[in-house]
Structure formats: C-alpha cells, structure tokens
Write a protein that binds this ligand. Structure first.
Ligand SMILES: NC(=O)c1ccc[n+]([C@@H]2O[C@H](COP(=O)([O-])OP(=O)(O)OC[C@H]3O[C@@H](n4cnc5c(N)ncnc54)[C@H](O)[C@@H]3O)[C@@H](O)[C@H]2O)c1
Length: 346
C-alpha cells in the first residue's frame, strides 16, 4: 500500500505530532486528508491550508462529528489526547473525556467501516517502562505493564491499547499500536490550546520548555540532579514511523517508535544551553514526587526488523532545528503562553 490516492483521517491532527504528520502526508499525493481536532491543546495555525485538506473543528467524542464520517476512509491516525501527565492529574475527568472516550467512540464508529485498511493508535512508552532510577535496559514491546501507573494520562493511553486489541480481535478493526518515546521538535507550541488545569498547559514537555527558557536566557530548572533519562525522538522521525506503521505494520501488533538512545535530562539541559548560548546557570530543583519513571529508553529492534523504521535525526541536529524554529516563531509562542496569564498560570 502507498498513501497515493488514499483518503486519510488524522484525529488530533492540529497538534504537535499530528500537524507534522499531516505535512508529510500531503507530500505523498493522497486523495484527501481530513483532520478532526477540538483545539484543546493545539492552535488552528498548525493545520496547513491546502486544497486536499478538510479541517473539522470538534471533538471526536461528538456524535455529530462521528456520524459525519463517511465509510470511505483508507487510513486513520488517532493522535487525540488530553495533554499531558500533570494536567490529567489535575483534571482526571477531562482526561477521561479526551483521552479514553475519544478512543472508544472512534473505534466503535469505525468498527464496521468497509474500506479501512489501517488505523494507527498513538500509545506512550511511559505506560510500559519499568518505574526505576536504577540503570535500565531498552524497553521492548512485550515488557510487562504495571497496574500502578503514575497518572490518569498513562492509564488512558494503555486503555487505548486494550481497546485496540479488543476491537481488532472482536471486530477485525485493523489497529496498529505505535508506542512513542519522548517526541521533540518544531511545531510544539508552548501554551497551545486551552487552559487544562496546571502550568504544564504552558510548559508542556521538557525539551520545548528548555529551548524557550534557554533562548530567553532564563535558568533551566533541572529536577533531581538531572539523573532521569529519556529517549528523545525527533518529530519528523515519529511522523515517518507512524507512516511506516500504517504501510507495513501488522494489525494487532505494537511497535516502539524510539531513537534507542538514552539521554539524561542534565545532558539535554547542557546541550540546549550551549546551542542557545544561554549564560544563565542551571537551577537544580527537587524530584517531582509523582514521577517514578526515572530512567527509560525504548528498544528499536522490532520496528527496525518488521517495519524497516529507524530514527535518523541525531539529538544534536534535532535540538539545533528546534532552537531555530523556536527563534523564528517566538511571537506566536509567546502569544499562546500569554493567553493563560489571566488564570494565574505564570
Ligand atoms: N509528544 C510526545 O512526546 C508523546 C509521547 C508519547 C505519546 N504521545 C502521544 O502522541 C499523540 C500526539 O501527541 P502530541 O504531543 O502531538 O500532543 P498534542 O496535545 O499536541 O496533540 C493532541 C491533539 O489532540 C487534540 N484533541 C484533544 N482532545 C480531542 C478530542 N476530544 N477530539 C479531537 N481532538 C482532540 C488536541 O487539541 C491536540 O491537537 C497523543 O496521543 C499522545 O498521547 C506523544
């Protein structure tokens, strides 16, 4: 299969990963791309204006939106989520509505679609990684899942995998699960969308907040000595990985989309500060009490072997590109951050 001539739905396509994916998909000569997004953690400006693209602003839990979908879709990417861990802890019901119900209602609507060849569900590596600060091995796809996850976000993401398996087994829904590690890169707008309960609405993930603060010559706040490790994967690599899942992934299977490189938060902070020529020293903060997943990175073996997918952007290059994009888009980013000033978020 190729994407040429195909009709593709991207749920959550205005978001960080979704908008990067949509841009790449537009280069593959599709018949049409439909984006559904309620702009809960995204900005309309991230969706390209393109004659092949239809944007539906609304929630995928809304029956009118779901019933409006025609049974002529070839591929669906499901990226909608309630972003992210800390906001989900502040508002678990909103997480349920936008992170669990989204998946259930979408799958229920799509289960009888005749033309659907592949549905890619975006899962999260943080749901299966061992919760430890000891040295770790790369997490494989079949690592055990704990019953003690750290946030409603993580619970919702793994419930999405359970629903993926159920709808595949019971209804033949051709779901492929893509388990992402930590994505970073251009297009992640600090403060994008609506206030979701905590200042994580503004700061989102570690890389964009470090990049912004470094460019503004503010101190990077590094918790617990920066000993935690993550697997940072550049957003264009993730978008290519998602496309590989759709083209080569086997329904019912799960694939890590990872760089396979373990990087400590202290190393990331130093790299970002150096790239931004930030003269202000790092500010060392205490450990986040809720976060037990200290060290983790993903195994790339299965995705390489079965999808032919390999992340190719080294962290140094990805960070440079993210710094450049952030510099070029500072006015937009700060306008989005400032939207939340009235809620006392700063
Ligand atoms: N970015 C990462 O590091 C990372 C890591 C692991 C997994 N993921 C997963 O990848 C996907 C994309 O993440 P992202 O970083 O682009 O986040 P994002 O917040 O930028 O994108 C999520 C999108 O979903 C939309 N959305 C929320 N509720 C919706 C609803 N009810 N109906 C329609 N749209 C809705 C949001 O407005 C947003 O555009 C998510 O499913 C996330 O859980 C991301």
């Amino acid at each position: 299969m190729t994407f040429e001539g195909r009709k593709i739905l991207v749920v959550g396509g205005a978001g960080f990963v979704g908008s990067n994916l949509v841009r790449l998909l537009l280069e593959t000569n599709p018949r049409e791309i439909v984006v559904i997004d309620n702009l809960l953690s995204a900005e309309r400006v991230n969706v390209p204006d393109h004659p092949l693209l239809t944007f539906i602003e609304g929630s995928v839990t809304d029956d009118r939106v779901l019933m409006g979908l025609e049974d002529d879709l070839d591929v669906v990417f499901h990226l909608a989520t309630f972003h992210g861990n800390q906001n989900s802890m502040a508002d678990p019901l909103a997480d349920h509505e936008n992170n669990t119900l989204t998946t259930l209602k979408l799958f229920e609507r799509l289960k009888s679609f005749k033309t659907l060849k592949k549905l890619v569900y975006s899962s999260a590596g943080c749901t299966v990684a061992e919760k430890t600060f000891d040295d770790v091995e790369a997490t494989p796809e079949d690592a055990p899942v704990s019953l003690w996850l750290d946030s409603p976000y993580q619970i919702s993401k793994i419930i999405g995998e359970y629903y993926s398996n159920y709808y595949f087994k019971q209804h033949g829904l051709p779901v492929v699960k893509a388990r992402f590690q930590n994505v970073y890169g251009p297009g992640e707008i600090l403060g994008a969308g609506l206030w979701r309960g905590t200042s994580a609405t503004i700061w989102r993930n570690v890389t964009p907040s470090f990049v912004y603060r470094a460019l503004k010559h503010m101190p990077l706040i590094v918790e617990n000595g920066g000993i935690a490790t993550r697997d940072f994967i550049y957003v264009e690599d993730i978008a290519r990985g998602l496309m590989s899942c759709a083209l080569q992934g086997l329904p019912g299977e799960v694939y890590n989309l990872a760089s396979g490189v373990e990087t400590s938060i202290a190393d990331l902070a130093e790299r970002v500060n150096a790239g931004a020529e930030n003269p202000t020293p790092i500010e060392w903060g205490p450990k986040r009490d809720w976060d037990r997943s200290g060290k983790r990175f993903g195994s790339t073996e299965k995705a390489e072997r079965e999808l032919g997918f390999k992340a190719t952007t080294p962290l140094a290059e990805g960070v440079e590109r993210t710094l450049a994009w952030t510099r070029d888009n500072l006015a937009l980013i700060e306008a989005c951050m400032n939207k939340h000033a009235s809620v006392g978020a700063r």
